[in-house]
Ligand binder design. Structure first.
Ligand code: APR
Length: 247
């Protein structure tokens, strides 16, 4: 197997997806065939779905909270923590996962592009209340309300059809600009993601455009596989701990 040299010249941007949490027991979107209770997940992970049936949406996310609370980070998460400790500010982890496992493993420079399952916010954009930590598994039939304005609360998740937080995109962009202009080696590694959901799936092209080196670690061929220069097929919990050569 190829190895990825991580030395004092290297800047590393990592993108993770659901596959990285699969070995922890969190089902992937593709693994569920994009379905929940035989219905497309979009029905419970979209603003339209929330407007139509907030009870159902909270039942879905309460189930996911209960499931994700009982799992632990795996050796793939741990490998990324050791890479970050080695590279310091020359490392950034962008994740599409909302399960919080990277932070629980010890990653610190993390951008949660799609939000966090254990945060809640007010559904009223005018409300001043900030998103807050919330591990509550709400009983079926319950939709929590905002104590400030009385509107419904919603999971702090980027749903289908919603925009990513511009501050998150800016953080990734700034890191990439610094990496590309550092005079060092800019490396992008995507792991456990099907490359189907944008803008994350387009990061490989941006890095290549900036002269960066691109790596993919995935169990199945991703939709954007051919756009990576280096590709390792396998489970991230097995591949990542062996891939990085810390110098
Ligand atoms: N190691 C590495 N890769 C794996 C593993 C594993 N142990 N298990 C599965 N995979 C791969 C699969 O082959 C698949 O290509 O992980 C990928 C998971 O793909 P998706 O389920 O589509 O997950 P992801 O790419 O994170 O989805 C993107 O879509 O559902 C929305 O917003 C949600 O963040 C999510 C986004």
């Amino acid at each position: 197997m190829e190895t990825l040299l991580l030395d004092s010249n290297t800047w590393l941007l990592v993108l993770t997806g659901a596959g990285v949490s699969a070995e922890s027991g969190v089902p992937t979107f593709r693994g569920m065939n994009g379905l929940w209770e035989d219905q497309p997940v979009e029905q419970v992970a979209s603003p339209e779905g929330f407007a139509k049936d907030p009870l159902r949406v909270w039942r879905f996310y309460s189930q996911r909270r209960a499931g994700a609370a009982g799992v632990s980070p795996n050796p793939g998460h741990d490998a990324l923590v050791s890479w970050e400790r080695h590279l310091g500010d020359r490392f950034l982890l962008a994740t599409q996962n909302v399960d919080g496992l990277h932070s629980r493993a010890g990653s610190q420079r993390v951008v949660e592009m799609h939000g966090n399952l254990f945060k809640t916010r007010c559904s009223n954009d005018e409300c001043q209340r900030a998103p807050f930590e919330d591990t509550t598994v709400y009983a079926a039939g319950t939709v929590p309300g905002c104590k400030d304005c009385g509107s419904l609360l919603r999971p702090h998740i980027v749903w289908f059809g919603e925009y990513l937080d511009p501050a998150d995109l800016e953080r990734i962009q700034n890191f990439s600009l610094r990496a590309a202009s550092s005079g060092g080696r800019f490396v992008f590694l995507a792991a456990g993601t099907s490359g189907a959901v944008y803008p994350a799936a387009g990061m490989v092209d941006q890095v290549r455009g900036a002269g960066g080196e691109t790596w993919l670690v995935n169990l199945d061929p991703a939709e954007n596989s051919r756009r990576f220069e280096h590709s390792v097929q396998g489970k991230s919990g097995e591949v990542l701990p062996k891939l990085g050569r810390l110098v």
